[in-house]
Design a binder for this molecule. Structure first.
Ligand code: ZN
Length: 171
């Protein structure tokens, strides 16, 4: 397996960021709508209780035949849910593949395994690094378009720590 490359992940994130349109003012819903329109497939975000004992919010992208389903952990705060959703959207924007539909036909995505384990098994670590780097880049760019609310003020440090890779990957 090739070693992880943060510079490569940053280059890919910058490339994608140049070609996506970020809503101004920032709106996650509008951002999702834009990506769905560009992909020509609906994106449905479905809250579900996935991680009673997980430290961080998780989400999962399940590629269904007619739509892309993002299952997001509803036990997390709104900001963490947004981060987890951005991570899954980043996988889409990077051209990665979603998890295939679970075996039981028609069954909603209810992962019995910890989501991150499922996720990791599906994507290589380099793809995880790319997705997290891009999610962070989108979040930072979106922040400039966010109305400065009291909820946002002072939360930067906290939310930055919600991203798995950029904070830990010191040069
Ligand atoms: Zn991922």
């Amino acid at each position: 397996m090739r070693p992880l490359s943060l510079p490569a992940a940053r280059r890919r994130a910058a490339d994608v960021l140049r070609r996506v349109t970020l809503p101004s003012p920032w709106s996650l819903e509008d951002f999702i709508s834009g990506i769905a329109a560009a992909r020509g497939r609906p994106i449905v975000v479905e809250p579900a209780t996935m991680s009673h004992h997980a430290v961080r919010a998780t989400a999962l992208w399940v590629a269904q035949p007619e739509l892309d389903l993002i299952v997001v952990d509803d036990t997390a705060s709104e900001l963490y849910c947004e981060n987890a959703t951005l991570h899954e959207l980043a996988h889409m924007l990077l051209g990665h593949e979603g998890l295939p539909v679970p075996q039981q036909a028609g069954a909603p995505a209810q992962p019995t395994e910890p989501t991150r384990v499922l996720h990791r098994r599906h994507h290589t670590d380099q793809r995880e690094l790319e997705a997290e780097t891009l999610a962070y880049a989108i979040w930072r760019a979106a922040g400039r378009r966010r109305a400065l609310t009291t909820a946002h003020t002072g939360s930067n440090r906290l939310l930055t720590s919600a991203f798995e890779f950029p904070g830990k990957a010191h040069r």
